[in-house]
Design a protein around this ligand. Structure first.
Ligand code: FAD
Ligand code: SIN
Length: 532
């Protein structure tokens, strides 16, 4: 297959980029590839909403900028923060024009929520299912553009560069170029190549690297792993954000159900076993302190009290308003026997968001030519050491737009590469034992959760590193002799991502934002990103 524009991922980043490109170039082809159903993305599960200054009588760009910089704990790129906060408002208006419905009050004004680290109410939302509404509207709009082809159930295996033409490609090769990707059609098991002039990586997050995560099964960090293999620059992977309040459901497998921070924004209070509203003891902003602080406080309370969860108390909240704003949470809690007006909700932190990723410049360009990155898989400089709540949907839209502007400028200077070889499956056989893969995935999650969680130290990191080495060695051996499958490739990608998280954590000899190492509890005076 050949295309002008190739987009990997059908979340907010991939879809908004594709819509813009397809409208601007009706005669050019846009191919979107996604490994599951079209809407099975992190985007679909977003609850709280999109942060953006709306009420200029109270709020301002400078307040949103300040809040983002404070949350980022010294590592945000101020130029990028300024860009995202200011341009984000136009991007929000675009998705509204494309059909996204955000909640309004009876007088027609947007109802603005508040989350941790925000000094004002500025979160636009659609009840507590904002992401589902955004995906719906964007996928609907995609259907109106005939030059977009959306291919589902197709797993992108690797980025094609000069390496596949037989050249030696290293991190210091000056002009690495992206020629497209190899894909595995998971319906008929055929491997193909997609040759493209421009490729956008929009593969989302990597929460699945941990045992407990709010992310769906697709979030295995494939884009970051592929970009790393292709020798792209990867940045700040140690900054994994743990959401403070995932519903604690013992025995439940897979994705943890999120209790949005907006619930605390509307007045819910965290309590420990003894019923104490403990956040007072940790931060003057109490329950609405930035996420790194709240998650660490919960972790500490759980350790002190020997519990696996703390409680979120919503009993004092207005019933009618709660059900109106959070119908999905209300129903989910009821389904597991929790009436939020009578019982407190057991919650614990879960891996939620990757602040680092594929390093880009302010136009979404990566260190590989003709390869752009946007959304959660990218590291643009916005989040620094800790993302401010509800800033990621915003960032994804702003950087999808900037990637679109830059792509539009260069597309006519590019031609399709020729001579790209087919995928080489020589010497591989069908897998005989899935257990080798599934067990390794379990081990990986265990290692990362036990040694590379909210609180780290040098011993735990080096243990994790040694265990990952073994998993890596075994998996590479398996990969050399086994026909590729999504499970095998995801395992391989997750090992790469875990390695990047651990290596970056080992390089950071301080505690900052989401990275807390008890061997270096203070902050270093030198501000630097971790680039691998
Ligand atoms: P995604 O939406 O995750 O899309 C990734 C796409 O890439 C998918 O289509 C996937 O199939 C595809 N893909 C991945 N690997 C491959 C591969 N190998 N081959 C082919 N396709 C592939 N942020 C906010 O700002 N506000 C919120 O309220 C909010 N709430 C959240 C709640 C939850 C429960 C979660 C999990 C996240 C939340 N976030 C929120 C974060 C935010 O949703 C994500 O960061 C954002 O949606 C990521 O968008 P994306 O387009 O980068 O990737
Ligand atoms: C939430 O709704 O609490 C999640 C918001 C986010 O991750 O930005």
């Amino acid at each position: 297959m050949e295309t002008d524009f190739l987009v990997i991922g059908s979340g907010i980043a991939g879809l908004t980029y594709s819509l813009k490109i397809a409208e601007k170039f009706p005669d050019k082809k846009v191919v979107i590839i996604t490994k599951a159903e079209s809407d099975e993305t992190n985007t679909k599960y977003a609850q709280g909403g999109v942060a953006g200054v709306q009420d200029f009588s109270i709020d301002s760009f400078s307040k949103h900028i300040e809040d983002t910089l404070i949350a980022g704990d010294g590592l945000c790129n101020p130029e990028v923060v300024d860009i995202v906060v200011r341009e984000g408002v136009q991007r929000i208006n675009e998705i509204i024009e494309w059909g996204t419905r955000f909640d309004k009050d009876p007088s027609g004004d947007y109802m603005l929520g508040k989350e941790g680290g925000h000094s004002e109410n500025r979160i636009l939302h659609h009840k507590d299912i904002t992401g589902k509404e955004i995906e719906r509207a964007l996928l609907q709009k995609i259907k109106s553009l005939p030059n977009i082809e959306l291919i589902t159930h197709c797993f992108v295996l690797d980025i094609i560069t000069q390496h596949h033409l037989g050249y030696l490609v290293t991190k210091s090769t000056p002009d690495i170029k992206c020629y497209g990707v190899y894909i595995l059609n998971t319906i008929n098991n055929k491997i193909d190549k997609v040759i493209s002039k421009i490729t956008l990586m929009a593969t989302g997050g990597n929460g699945q690297v941990y045992r407990s995560t709010t992310n769906p099964a697709i979030a295995t960090g494939d884009g970051v792993a592929m970009a790393y293999r292709a020798k792209s620059r990867i940045e700040n992977m140690e900054f994994i954000q743990f959401h403070p309040t995932a519903l604690y459901e013992p025995g439940a497998k897979g994705q943890s159900f999120l209790i949005t921070e907006a619930v605390r924004g509307d007045g819910a209070i965290l309590r420990n076993e003894k019923g104490e509203a403990f956040m007072k003891r940790y931060d003057e902003r109490e329950d609405l302190a930035p996420r790194d602080i709240v998650a660490r406080a919960i972790d500490n309370e759980m350790k002190i009290n020997g519990t696996e969860f703390v409680y979120l108390d919503c009993r004092q909240m207005n019933k009618e308003k709660f059900i109106e704003h959070f119908p999905n949470i209300y129903a989910k809690c009821l389904s597991v026997g929790i009436d939020v007006f009578k019982n407190m909700i057991p919650v614990s932190p879960a891996a939620h968001y990757s602040c680092g990723g594929i390093k880009t410049n302010i136009w979404g360009e990566t260190s590989i030519k003709n390869l752009f990155a946007a959304g959660e898989c990218a590291s643009t400089g916005l989040h620094g050491a800790n993302r401010l709540a509800s800033n990621s949907l915003l960032e994804a839209m702003v950087f999808a737009h900037r990637s679109f502007i830059c792509s539009a400028e260069i597309i006519d200077t590019l031609s399709l590469p020729t001579g790209i070889p087919d995928w080489n499956a020589e010497g591989t056989k069908a897998a005989t034992e899935m257990i080798l893969i599934t067990q390794s995935i379990k081990e990986l999650k265990q290692i990362m959760s036990d040694y590379v969680g909210i609180v780290r130290n040098n011993k735990r990191l080096s243990r994790a590193s040694r265990r990952l080495d073994l998993l890596h060695e075994e998996t590479e051996r398996l990969y050399q002799h086994t026909e590729v499958s999504p499970a095998l490739c995801e395992l391989r990608n997750m090992i790469t991502v875990a390695y990047l998280i651990v290596k970056s954590a080992e390089f950071r000899k301080e505690s900052r934002g989401l990275h807390f190492n008890t061997d270096y509890p203070g902050k270093s005076s030198i501000l630097q990103n971790t680039i691998l």
